[in-house]
Design a protein around this ligand. Structure first.
Ligand code: IMP
Length: 524
């Protein structure tokens, strides 16, 4: 393993070569559905950076961080936190949503591992996730909920919705008791109306979850009140407002040392210090440019990320886009044309399928003829289980039209990850276009008709769900690619696939990751 100073010099050379001018601000976002192995590259670039900042999403994200040799999963704190002891600053910016419990738990965990958080900064304008956001998210995802998205259940959507509807609370409110109480009581009027029709048993089951502090915020509604009446009474609506005020103000006190104007800090340091912007989720889960409504509730593109920390997209000198190498994954519901095992896989992954069961059955043959089982084998080979929810990730072949859509969301230099996972596959498929199989569909002034070939991804679910992928098949490679250090050493079969993909998209592959370790990386 290279020493820190050596690695830093290599990175400096690589970044200078990539951007023409000496870059000061770079971003790393995912061009697919998230979970592309961003953590490894945030960690590598954090060696170069002075400041690492997140600006979108919340604890729906999940990244593995190595603390004193042990791997720990973090959800909110940027992956660069392990570099805090080197004096690097980590930031959660204004565009993020913050559940104080998660943040405090992560800080406590770091301290218990003798890690520091002295240079951590939390934006005073970041949005607060409140207990009712988590309840509302989980209720709409429960059996009774009609519009399931397959969310992480962390209250992300409802928190952003309240922000847009101008009834949200921000981090700084926790430092001002009277303001906090006033805003909360106002919000509760709205929440109470939503609760009027909720099933009390379902509410209770969720409110006693560990994530909701085991019932701390719960209050039994008066049994003699009918739901219609309940809706008009803030003080009788499942939520113990006093308990919320008390707990959030306590969090405010504990977190106050970190709460600051992070936008001003970043603006002051722009062009002077090296800034790494760490994305969350992925372009295809972007609220505006993803497969809406099967998306997260923030903007996961480089532009969204820059805005989330108070900068402009043009402030980014190099934007790196991460793409999983020659396969894809998706967690939760939503269209996924190249899914291996199709709807059988979707039902399994979004239903009762678990990692434990897959481990017990032990499907390891990645060349399985049964495509569902082949998907299971690839999932197991890649360890494709949600870091936040543990759910099996749906696995599919790489999809060039969707990759183009990801690139439309912000021009990026490509980092290809997890390529070692497909070693040993006899055949690798690359989707280059789709055949539309659905009913007539008006797409603006165009009429889509059954049988039409599309080389562009129309991310509207009604269309994408009806798109049958057209594949070009390639022979795979058998060599252990993790040992290679240069592109010229990579097997011909590997390069044929890589060259085919990059002939068909307007981007260049700059980094190839051939294994999880930092040294298993080829810079081009
Ligand atoms: P939410 O962000 O919890 O509201 O979930 C909305 C959708 O985004 C669901 O399909 C989630 O599975 C997906 N999602 C959210 N965060 C991540 C992530 O970090 N990786 C992959 N998918 C995610």
């Amino acid at each position: 393993m290279k020493k820190n100073t050596e690695l830093k010099n290599d990175l400096e050379v690589f970044l200078n070569k990539t951007s023409k001018k000496s870059p000061k601000t770079i971003s790393v976002t995912c061009l697919q559905f998230g979970d592309t192995g961003k953590g490894k590259f945030v960690d590598i670039f954090a060696n170069w950076a002075d400041i690492i900042a997140r600006g979108t999403g919340g604890d729906n994200a999940g990244h593995t961080v190595i603390c004193n040799g042990e791997s720990k999963v973090f959800h909110l704190i940027p992956s660069g936190i392990t570099k805090d002891r080197d004096g690097k600053v980590n930031i959660v910016g204004t565009g993020a949503v913050v559940y104080p419990k998660t943040l405090q738990d992560e800080i406590d965990l770091l301290h218990s591992q003798n890690m520091t958080t002295d240079n951590f900064k939390l934006s005073l304008g970041a949005k607060l996730i409140m207990p009712y956001h988590i309840l509302l998210d989980r209720l709409s995802e429960s059996k009774a909920g009609r519009a399931k998205i397959g969310t992480t259940g962390k209250g992300i959507g409802p928190a952003y919705a309240d922000h847009v509807a101008r009834r949200g609370l921000i981090v700084n409110d926790m430092l001002n008791p009277a303001v906090f109480r006033e805003k909360l009581e106002k919000a509760m009027v709205y929440v109470s109306k939503l609760m009027a029709t909720a099933d009390p048993e379902a509410v209770k089951a969720i409110m006693f979850h560990e994530h909701l502090e085991k019932g701390l915020y719960y209050q039994e509604p008066k049994s003699d009140l009918k739901s219609v009446l309940r809706s008009s009474l803030i003080e009788d609506n499942f939520f113990n407002v006093e308990a919320i005020v008390k707990k959030y103000l306590e969090y405010g006190k504990k977190l106050s040392q970190y709460i600051t104007d992070t936008e001003a800090y970043l603006k002051d340091n722009l062009g002077k210090k090296k800034i790494l912007l760490e994305g969350a989720q992925g372009a295809l889960l972007d609220l505006d440019y993803g497969t809406y409504p099967y998306v997260t509730s923030s903007n996961c593109t480089p532009a969204g990320l820059a805005k989330g920390v108070g900068l402009k997209e043009s402030d980014i000198d190099i934007s790196f886009g991460i793409v999983k190498g020659f396969y894809m994954t998706r967690v939760g519901k939503g269209p996924f044309p190249t899914e291996i095992g199709g709807s059988v896989s979707e039902v399994w992954c979004n239903g009762n399928g678990t990692r434990e069961e897959e481990d017990t059955i032990g499907h390891n043959d990645v060349n399985q003829k049964n495509s569902f089982l082949q998907g299971v084998a690839i999932r197991r080979a890649g360890g494709e289980y949600g870091a936040t929810t543990g759910r099996p990730r749906r696995v599919g072949w790489i999809d060039i039209p969707l990759l183009r859509q990801g690139l439309n969301c912000g021009k990026s230099e490509i980092i290809l990850t997890k390529l070692d996972v497909l070693t040993g596959l006899e055949k690798i498929k690359v989707c280059y276009a789709y055949r539309y199989e659905g009913p007539d569909y008006n797409y603006g002034k165009f009429l889509l008709k059954k049988g039409q070939i599309l080389d562009k991804s129309i991310v509207i679910p009604e269309v994408l769900e009806e798109c049958a992928p057209l594949y070009k098949e390639f022979p795979g490679w058998k060599e252990d690619i993790s040992k290679f250090k240069k592109v010229s050493e990579l097997p011909d079969n590997f390069m044929n696939i890589l060259n085919y993909i990059f002939k068909n998209v307007d981007a260049k592959a700059r980094i190839i990751s051939v294994g999880p370790a930092p040294e298993e990386t080829i810079f081009i």
